[in-house]
Design a protein around this ligand. Structure first.
Ligand SMILES: [Zn+2]
Length: 334
């Protein structure tokens, strides 16, 4: 059996296997027991049977306790690509390769099941044909396992999609969920309508996205002046990360035991972009960052936050190395 180690050194969870952190079993409907014939006296339980019943009651109580988990999440990996380290971050090595994942974050909150981004979807090959040829060479991708295929197999229904931003490799799977509302800031919805390839591929939105535009509240959160607490319980909080695109957002996820993760979209492709802080490779950033100064501000802001909160787990959307700390679907973190 594969063991996953959650690499969160400062919070005491290092070295715990995911067996103890994941695996909430899907709830099963209890089968009604066979009723005793009322005309006969109920048989008296022997001591071993009583012990068995006691153990069974404890087991049920344990399952019920587990079932009350408010939040769990999983990385759904839709594809990956190998590139040069130097292409992903300023000062990266030309002699070293880096793996870029295309993931969606699947989040089960007791109020709703959400996806943060969609990764590469069923129609990505057709969509990718819209990409200018020079960008196509830079943005190759490997074998694709669309989120919808993976979740459908297990009967998981998505209630809401949140986009970190509308770039092609985050929005590709939208067309596979035409019935699901897609939440994004007004600025990002506007960007998806006016931007052109390679940033935006219009075919990814032509099915008629059920947009739900939102504004951030003037509610400070961890150094961000604005935020949006999705369910009012602090478990899922969106913050603006304007720069990479006009309406880029990040998502803080706080687990029940207080551990906190921060999904940062493409503000940086690599964790080193925040720890440095370091921009993307200059050619890459000129190709993909909408506003260089604003993107640099975001890098510095997240850099400061990481210094203040070293236990915070920061997860750039494509950083396969950073994502090794998280379970890949169908494994869960809760
Ligand atoms: Zn992007």
């Amino acid at each position: 059996m594969t063991r996953f180690e959650l690499n969160l050194p400062a919070n005491g969870y290092q070295g715990r296997s995911f067996a103890s952190l994941i695996g909430r079993a899907p709830l099963r409907r209890a089968t009604p027991g066979r009723r005793h014939d009322q005309s006969l006296p109920a048989p008296k339980d022997s001591e071993p049977v009583r012990r068995c019943r006691y153990a069974f009651a404890l087991l049920l109580a344990g399952l019920a306790f587990g079932a009350q988990a408010e939040l769990r999440l999983s990385l759904v990996k839709t594809s990956a690509t190998t590139t040069l380290d130097a292409f992903t971050v300023a000062g990266g090595k030309w002699t070293q390769s880096a793996t870029a994942n295309h993931v969606a974050v699947l989040i089960e909150h007791h109020a709703a099941t959400l996806l943060f981004d969609t990764g590469l979807g069923r129609q990505v090959d057709r969509q990718f044909a819209e990409m200018p040829w020079h960008s196509r060479q830079l943005m190759q991708y490997g074998a694709v396992r669309p989120v919808r295929d993976q979740l459908q197999r297990d009967g998981i229904r998505v209630d809401r999609i949140l986009l970190s931003h509308a770039h092609w490799d985050h929005a590709s799977g939208l067309a596979d969920f035409p019935e699901v509302p897609v939440w994004a800031p007004y600025a990002e919805i506007e960007f998806s309508r006016i931007a052109a390839p390679p940033a935006i591929l219009p075919s990814q939105f032509e099915h008629g996205v059920r947009w739900v535009p939102y504004d951030f509240a003037p509610q400070p959160f961890l150094g961000f002046a604005e935020s949006l607490d999705l369910f009012g319980d602090g478990a899922l909080v969106l913050v603006p990360l304007r720069g990479h695109t006009p309406g880029s957002v990040g998502l803080f996820v706080t687990l029940e035991d207080g551990r906190r993760l921060f999904f940062t979209g493409d503000a940086s492709w690599r964790l080193e972009g925040f720890t440095g802080p370091r921009e993307k490779f200059w050619i890459s950033r000129r190709l993909v960052d909408h506003d260089r100064a604003a993107t640099t501000d975001v890098l510095q802001q997240v850099h400061r936050l990481m210094q203040q909160q070293p236990e915070l787990k920061v997860l750039p959307a494509h950083d396969a190395l950073a994502q090794q700390a998280l379970p890949i679907y169908p494994q869960w973190l809760q």
